[in-house]
Design a protein around this ligand. Sequence first.
Ligand SMILES: [Zn+2]
Length: 314
Amino acid sequence: MALPHLTSAIPFLTEAGLETTAYHTYKIDLPCSSGTTLLTSESGRELVRSLYKSYANIAASSGTGILLATRTWRASSAWAKPLNYSEDELRDLNYAAVHFLKQVRNEVNKTNPAVRIVLDGVVGPLRDAYEDYSSDEISVDSAKEAYRGQIRTLVEEGVEIISLMTVTNLHEAIAVVELSKEMQIPVAVSFSLESDGKLLSGLSLENAIQTVDKATDGYTTYFGINCVHPARILQPLENMDLDVRQRIGLIRGNASLKSHEELDNSDTLDRGHIPTFVSALKQVLLLLPGIRVVGGCCGTDEEHLTALAQQCLS
Ligand SMILES: [Zn+2]
């Protein structure tokens, strides 16, 4: 059966930047910026639960559904050592992340049975999203080995779609699509873009989408855009062929107009200007006939999400 956001007349919402909110607003240190460690303490779980519920309530008030993400970004085996876990511990955390999200979905649906929540199994990149590494450095096969265990765990525990977030390396993207195809689950591939609207390597979004589609017989359910202010990608989208543009089903914009380099060198969070964010996003959505999911990335919070749900999803 098709997932509800694939057949809905209006796009679904997804999260805001939960990890940047945890770090900047709640002052919780996140090793490797991964939200996975939040699941290891009662206070961390409580925060994630309350943010999940806030996001779901925003979707419900706008009469749409929501994709809620497992806290498993950067929780593939490649991150076990940097996160200080054994591979077994990290696998258990992936199980726990899905289990926890299912619990929250049940709690939300008990009080509000109408809100449709899709369990989004998030995976994402094997290295820093702001680090450029050529496809020569990682083969499709080695990327598959790095992701296989995590994706199998997420699928076994019941996520409804796999979303590869903030990816910049095409071999990684192809690997995740191939694994999803093997495990017969829908998959989204969302690229992290720079302030020129291109991937870190200088590759255009159009080219990236075409390359992944060609290598995988178009298995990807939809592609996505991450981690860039919507105003920065208007022009590249305007210049893109419609047949490629309509493959884009997801956008999670950054609040800030600053470059990743400027943001990396800053300790304060730039929440940007919400009316500018929303009006640029509105224009972007007019260019995306295949849009299915809209949310926020770094620097966005419930206020951004509320504004975009009210103004962009009706
Ligand atoms: Zn981001």
